[in-house]
Design a protein around this ligand. Sequence first.
Ligand code: BDR
Ligand code: CA
Length: 329
Amino acid sequence: MTISAAPEAIPVILDVDTGVDDALAILFALAHPGINVIGISCVAGNASLERVVENTLRILDVADAPYIPVAAGARRPLLEPARSAAHVHGESGLGTLRLPPTDRQAETISSIELMHKLILASPHPVTLVGLAPQTNLALLLRQYPDVVNNIERIVFMGGSTTVGNATAVAEFNVWHDPEAAAIVLDSGVPTFMYGLDVFNQVSIPERVAAALVQSDSNVSQVVGRLLGNRIALGSGRNAEYMGLIGDAGALCALVDPGALTIEMLPLRVQLAGYGRGQTLVDKRIHPGEDIVHGLATEWEAAEVALDVDVDRYVRLFLNTLGLGSALQQ
Ligand code: BDR
Ligand code: CA
């Protein structure tokens, strides 16, 4: 895989819980010339913090990436214990994929310190891309509020304007640490939500994933196996997970927002009751009684991705990784 960020590439810090689809996202980000990954921050989510760090370092080997600093952050959410998603990502976090050990090492500083350092040192405002529970991002914003002056925006995979996955109404990343997501939305930094509305749509056909596994290239085989994990889950109640590129879609949104239907909408996180972790999105086009009668409280506004041109993102994902020919198989 060739790594060549263009000089005008967007400086990006990824915050990940690698994670089958975080792995796909990292591979995509490293391969796209419009994205310059300046650091990777790890957090407990899909798997334990230790597994997330190890998976991330091993995926950098798959990409044959140059040195990119990787650091460990929070091992649990702000208030609650960590609750992994092993039923989706397997105990290792990478499903059935087994990668060789790596010589790469995580930084000795925490990912909060690493992000602070990278953001202050960057000559251009940095885009934070959150693909995981937002514990690290919240801790960064609380501990080092000065970073907001050099953050372009926060693009996050999380939330939904319709269905949930962790609960009937809450998406996993926001559900895992709702207070952290609320802090991020409330930080004053522009935010962009790539939620389940679009995440659940961008899927690679099974025959294409199978063709990738058959290829001679290591990257192709790894991508095919990662997608295959999703496909293997795609029976019965898990059918929505078939072949999804998942978190990688949030990186596609960075470089090709034109494939999305995006609206600026009032957004907040529900913190109590059964709806805990749900993202509440106000899509009303007329003022309701709460506004008319002066009962409404202020909501933050965020850009929200509501729909996606699926074929365009499938092609963008595969072509960026040099795997577009698999679509012809
Ligand atoms: C999100 O949670 C994890 O399963 C995925 O990695 C993604 O970030 C989807 O709810
Ligand atoms: Ca993730």
